[in-house]
Design a protein around this ligand. Structure first.
Ligand SMILES: Cc1ncc(COP(=O)(O)O)c(C=O)c1O
Length: 436
């Protein structure tokens, strides 16, 4: 950062930061331009794009990543929560290498999927039975399809601004690519309006799909009263209550639902539970999941060449059994609470309007005043403020996403938290005036 208080306004400040970023990252720019030859926008995963061009990463180790220009960063993106274990956990690495040595496309059941299913059902109270998929998107699609099949109803109630996968996205990119389920959208954390909508559409609703803390939607937790109201209304109307804990299951040893004390009928999981490899899972009440028993004459089908791929199963087992013990889960979430309080303290001390929202090891910087009750509140933050925060944290060696979401990983410790807080404080000192 080298702006020295000369910023006149946010847009001017951002243009300066972009120019410095472009000058510092010529190899990333060249890689981005080369990637455009055969991929639209040089991209195969929309969230990874940000202007003027994204950093091209070449490696990772512990809680650090390295880019094409040779910069080394503390990684606060942590692969959008999937990188919980860090980039080179030796226990997971050993498990993957061991699995690789014995054949990776076996084409039959292996003991591994049953072991991972046991571990997960032992950990998450809502899981009586579980099935594996290749991504969180697929897990949510199967959960919604299961709800439609068991209820015989077509529609889904989801929450404005929530994200459940690229084809189940109710904010951000808009609905053009969404799976064509009839959807009723309700405001998050608004029990009165949501109950009205449930009552009005009860005859059509197969499922209510809730992320108990919206992750990409702003790191805003569902209120206890709101969740209890959803549980009560869905039970009364025979609607399947699905919790999407693809991100939030990392927030407590038993997932966020274990903290909320409310059991969904179905639970969707993904991200870190594959140990860093492709992964998803859906499960829940045995009464619903039993319909996937292929020996039943009325069985629901559930296919997927790689559902039980040995590498994801091996990495997932090693991670959950040997690395993310309940104590480790409590520790990383306590660290997250402390870091969030510290960043909030810096905002207050510098008099910069804003809040760091979140819970445990997931948080998001919101550079605008006011309370954050639902995803739409995050629209108060000027996009230029998010861009400036990202680029100026990157300039100080902290890898930050455009949405300014920070996810802790297990290798992070006090040294990293000090550097993150120091860089954020320097950013606020430099730009406090244009952010205010
Ligand atoms: C809450 C939530 N659900 C589902 C998904 C989709 O998971 P995947 O990217 O593995 O398809 C994501 C991904 O970010 C997510 O945050």
């Amino acid at each position: 950062m080298s702006n020295s208080g000369t910023n006149l306004d946010l847009e001017t400040a951002l243009r300066g930061a972009e120019a410095r970023y472009a000058a510092a990252n010529p190899a990333s720019r060249a890689a981005f331009e080369a990637a455009q030859a055969h991929m639209p926008g040089g991209n195969t995963r929309s969230v990874l794009y940000y202007p003027p061009f994204p950093l091209t990463l070449t490696g990772g180790e512990g809680c650090h990543v390295t880019d094409a220009d040779g910069h080394r960063y503390i990684d606060t993106i942590s692969e959008q929560t999937a990188g919980l274990y860090g980039h080179s956990n030796p226990t997971i690495e050993r498990a993957v290498i061991e699995a690789l040595r014995h054949g990776i496309v076996l084409g039959g059941p292996t003991p591994r999927e049953a072991e991972l299913a046991d571990l997960m059902c032992g950990r998450f109270p809502a899981l009586e039975q579980v099935r594996f998929t290749n991504s969180g998107t697929e897990a949510n699609l199967y959960a919604v399809c299961a709800a439609r099949a068991v209820t015989g109803r077509p529609a889904l109630l989801a929450f404005e601004g929530s994200y459940h996968g690229g084809v189940l996205s109710f904010g951000g990119y808009g609905a053009a690519m969404n799976a064509p389920f009839p959807a009723v959208l309700a405001p998050y954390n608004d029990p009165a309006r949501t109950l009205e909508l449930i009552e009005a559409h009860a005859g059509e609703l197969a499922a209510v799909l809730l992320e108990p803390m919206v992750g990409s939607g702003g790191c805003i937790r569902a209120d206890d009263e709101f969740v209890r109201a959803l549980r009560e209304a869905t039970a009364r109307h025979g609607i399947v209550l699905i919790f999407d804990e693809v991100m939030t299951s990392r927030l407590a040893p038993g997932g966020l639902h274990s903290v909320l004390g409310v059991q969904p009928d179905l639970l969707c999981l993904g991200k870190y539970l594959g140990g860093g490899l492709s992964f998803g899972a859906f499960g829940g009440r045995a009464e619903i999941m039993a319909r996937f028993d292929p020996a039943r004459p009325d069985a629901f089908g559930h296919a997927g060449t790689f559902n039980n791929n040995v590498l994801s199963m091996a990495a997932g087992i090693a991670g959950l059994r040997d690395v993310l013990t309940p104590e480790a889960s409590l520790r990383i979430n306590r660290d997250g609470d402390r870091l969030r309080a510290r960043l909030n303290g810096l905002l207050a001390a510098r008099g910069v309007p804003g809040t760091v929202t979140g819970y445990g090891s997931m948080m998001m910087i919101q550079l605008a005043e006011g309370t954050y009750l639902r995803p739409r509140d995050t629209a108060r933050v000027p996009p230029a403020a998010r861009a400036l925060c990202q680029l100026e944290m990157i300039a100080q060696g902290i890898y930050v996403s455009r949405r300014n979401m920070f996810n802790l990983s297990l290798p992070m410790g006090d040294a990293e938290f000090d550097r993150i807080a120091g860089a954020f404080d320097a950013f606020l000192a430099e730009y406090g005036r244009v952010l205010g």
